[in-house]
Design a binder for this molecule. Structure first.
Ligand code: GDP
Length: 195
């Protein structure tokens, strides 16, 4: 049984002061619609688990899932959604920026991007907040099933090249629909927890 089949919703947090203590954390971030909830559900083998993050009032918050007593998977609010009021956006920017730059328990960042539209401005913003910590980033190019094999290879190479100056960044293709890339993602996370 994989570690992730024990993934369970734990809590929702809206302020840095309310973050839970002690366990290691692995954060998941991405533009809204990048396929983050689908990826978490795919890992958990549990169809609706991460949709808790999409219930009204929770989308701009940080949602914690526990797996065993080892670590938390931290689902960060999706960004880049045009309809968000300026005040809400300012709040999440502060929360996300502080969390990524200062969270000691955070072991690594899984950054999900639609493989058809990788490395948008706000994705770079996440990297700018997080890379100075020296911790690893694993870029997951989602919905790979929407690309041909050739397009997949081109996209993977282009993203790797764009991140070549950052040795702590790894990149993979992923599809929740076809369940491809699941083991590679699990392995990246397991390696971070062991560190
Ligand atoms: P989130 O906003 O980042 O949590 O994104 P969701 O997981 O809700 O996915 C956004 C949309 O993309 C939904 O309509 C999903 O059905 C679709 N989607 C997510 N993953 C995949 C995938 O691997 N392949 C395809 N074709 N569609 C996907």
């Amino acid at each position: 049984m994989s570690l992730f089949s024990r993934l369970q919703f734990y809590t929702t947090v809206n302020h840095m002061r309310d973050l839970p203590e002690t366990r290691a954390e692995i954060a998941f971030a991405g533009r809204s619609n990048a396929g983050k909830s689908s990826a978490i559900n795919t890992l958990a083998n549990h169809t609706r688990l991460a949709y808790v993050s999409k219930t009204p009032g929770r989308t701009q918050h940080i949602n914690y899932f526990s797996f065993g007593d080892e670590a938390y998977l931290v689902d960060l609010p999706g960004y880049g959604y045009a309809q968000v009021p300026a005040a809400v956006r300012a709040h999440w920017e502060k929360l996300l920026g502080q969390y990524l730059a200062t969270r000691a328990q955070l072991k690594g960042l899984v950054l999900l991007m639609d493989s058809r539209h990788p490395l948008k401005e706000l994705d770079w913003q996440m990297l700018e907040w997080f890379l100075p910590t020296g911790k690893p980033v694993h870029v997951v190019l989602t919905k790979a099933d929407k690309l041909t094999r050739q397009q997949q290879a081109l996209t993977l190479n282009a993203v790797k090249k764009a991140l070549a100056d950052h040795p702590n960044c790894t990149v993979q293709l992923f599809s929740s629909l076809k369940k491809t890339g699941v083991e590679a993602l699990e392995q990246a996370i397991v390696d971070w927890i062991k560190m």
